[in-house]
Design a protein around this ligand. Structure first.
Ligand code: OGA
Ligand code: MN
Length: 295
């Protein structure tokens, strides 16, 4: 297997291996896990992907997440990102499915709004539009490392609140349904996630983050916006242009990503599996000392 860097200081393509090799061979898994800890985004091309193969691969890295209420694939291990309606053609731009795709176009990390946040996500392309529909990534580890030491220290001792309804509310006020709101109370996490494999810290921010504990609401929001802008500065992106057979895996502790738009009439279908973070992935130090909000 070759590990070939492909982004601005992060991201690597794995060549000469397959999802099945990684799922079944201990030494290959160990090498891929090391590449994941180091490069944060891993790209595999020309894969023979099925739901089963993707799930078996994902399981090597930890416990797969069960898809939440309100998402396509709810109750399974798969999140189906699709704008294809029941009649087989793309839904109109004001349809809930299209609005959800638009919410995915905000810079975010997956599952920061869940009780158990995510270590990693694995995304495979099943139907892709001819133009657009790329996925962009930035490294929040490199963004953290670009900050002044006193700012780093302040953030390391700060906690942000994350709420699914907040990110969806930026697209449409009622995009988060009452069921989703009830199932997903806001969660609070340290603003810096330190990777136990290499000791490196990363900003833990997302479109879901809306407040900083102990800061006045607008000042906290301004800090989150400022950190997001710094993390997504020009020149810091890896843009993934999808081909059928591509699989991209990313570290939700150390990156943000966003989908890019594509012409509305064209269908796009992607399938994601998500791996929950374990205490050994650094989750232990992410929890606030004051506990989460009462439900
Ligand atoms: C995701 C996601 C963006 C895209 O799968 O978590 O945000 O480009 N996808 O589909
Ligand atoms: Mn996402």
């Amino acid at each position: 297997m070759d590990v070939i860097p492909c982004g601005p200081g992060f991201g690597a393509e794995l060549r000469g291996t397959t999802l099945s090799d990684i799922a079944s061979d201990e030494d290959t898994y160990t090498a891929v896990r090391a590449a994941f800890e180091e490069h944060s985004v891993l790209v595999l091309r020309d894969q023979d992907v099925s739901d089963d193969v993707q799930l078996a691969f994902s399981r090597r890295f930890g416990q797969p997440e069960v898809t939440k209420v309100g998402s396509q694939g709810t109750g399974t291990y798969f999140v189906v990102l699709s704008t294809i309606g029941p009649d087989g053609s793309a839904v109109p731009p004001d349809h809930r499915m299209a609005l959800r795709a638009k919410a995915n176009q905000l810079w975010h990390t997956d599952s920061s709004f869940k009780r158990l946040p995510a270590l990693a996500s694995v995304l495979s392309a099943r139907i892709i539009p001819e133009h657009g529909g790329e996925t962009e990534f930035v490294s929040t580890r490199l963004a953290f490392e670009r900050l002044a030491p006193d700012m780093q220290q302040q953030l390391e001792n700060s906690y942000a609140w994350h709420d699914y309804a907040h990110s969806r509310g930026q697209i449409a006020p009622d995009l988060a349904s009452p069921e989703e709101r009830a199932a997903l109370p806001a969660q609070c996490w340290r603003l810096v996630w330190r990777n136990p494999a290499n000791g490196r810290g990363a900003l833990y921010i997302a479109s879901h983050a809306y407040a900083v504990e102990g800061m006045e609401a607008s000042a906290g929001k301004a800090l989150i916006d400022e950190l997001t802008a710094a993390a997504t500065a020009p020149g810091s992106f890896y843009l993934h242009q999808w081909r059928i057979g591509d699989v991209v895996m990313w570290d939700n502790r150390a990156t943000m990503h966003r989908g890019r738009p594509w012409p509305a009439p064209e269908p796009r279908l992607m399938v994601r599996t998500t791996i929950s973070a374990a205490e050994t992935d650094g989750l232990a130090s992410m929890r606030p000392p004051f506990g989460q909000a009462a439900e």
